[in-house]
Design a protein around this ligand. Structure first.
Ligand code: SF4
Length: 288
């Protein structure tokens, strides 16, 4: 086990910890069992990122309304952000000035639950590790799903998995979730979750995924001023194709799993939307 994972084991034993699960988690883990398993590992609180995605969507919509002639590039994927900054610096101001779901949710939970909690993001992405370092004041660690399993196995082998009662509360997220943004990790998921707000028309959006698509998207932005928003993710298939995902199934089957989770979660969390905007009142969600 590497030093970072050893550090995770240590904080699980000695600190108050919050696990933030990326919305692609249903591709690798069963819901709601994963929540119980994370508590058994020692996490004090378990949340998903969908509430942050809701806050981000709202801000995106405000920015697009305020700037009807502006062109924007979604800033959720740290690899795309770096590529635009390095390869197309003349377009870097188009990266929308809103932090990623990992950063927004981390700022929120530190404010909501206390600065003394250690925040551990778990997702499909290696690039999040660097993004976490750049936002160290709110994100303490960023692990992949594969690494989470490695930590679990270590704890199990060393008989450190706790016995957690299977109560309703222990099988539910610690509040703050949102149904609509559960599709965020899909290619085009951000744009789709905004379309019903009628601030963007379909033909004003460029949706693409895969490393080779950025060049085309930039050219289209330059050539056609009608394009107002680029919803782009670096990995083919969006975050469901991320390198830290264990499941090697097709993107179609992974998408199916995500949609099944979206339906199933309503049974456990029937309101579908715990987390009002007022909870995040005054929270800074800009990029650093
Ligand atoms: S698309 Fe890939 S690189 Fe970008 S955030 Fe998702 S997993 Fe990370």
């Amino acid at each position: 086990m590497n030093d970072e994972l050893k550090e995770i084991v240590k904080i699980l034993e000695t600190e108050k910890t919050i696990c933030l699960l990326a919305p692609s988690f249903p591709v690798d883990f069963s819901f709601p069992d994963i929540i119980l398993d994370l508590r058994a590992m020692g996490f004090s609180k378990v949340l998903e990122l969908t509430y942050a995605a809701k806050l981000i969507n709202y801000r995106y919509i405000e920015i697009l309304k305020e700037n009807p002639n502006g062109q924007y590039i979604c800033g959720n994927c740290p690899t795309i952000v770096k590529m635009v900054q390095n390869k197309y610096p003349e377009h870097k101001d188009k990266i929308i000035d809103v932090a990623s779901p990992m950063v927004v949710m981390s700022r929120f939970v530190k404010r909501e639950f206390g600065e003394d909690y250690k925040v551990v993001f778990v997702g499909p992405c290696f690039a999040k590790k660097q993004e976490a370092k750049e936002n160290f004041e709110c994100v303490d660690f960023a692990l992949t799903f594969k690494e989470l399993c490695e930590v679990y196995c270590y704890l199990e082998e060393n008989k450190k998995i706790k016995n957690i009662p299977e109560t309703k509360e222990n099988r539910e997220f610690d509040k703050f979730y949102n149904d609509i943004t559960k599709i965020y990790p899909l290619g085009g998921g951000v744009a789709e979750s905004m379309l019903n707000k009628q601030v963007l028309q379909k033909d004003e959006i460029i949706v693409c995924d895969g490393p080779e698509t950025l060049e085309r998207a930039i050219k289209d932005l330059e050539e056609f001023k009608k394009f107002r928003f680029v919803d782009i993710l670096f990995c083919k298939g969006g975050c469901l194709g991320g390198p830290g995902i264990i499941n090697k199934d097709t993107i179609e089957n992974k998408t199916q799993k995500l949609m099944e989770y979206k339906d199933k979660s309503r049974y456990y969390q029937p309101d579908g939307n715990y987390g009002k905007f007022i909870h995040a009142f005054g929270l800074d969600i800009k990029r650093k």
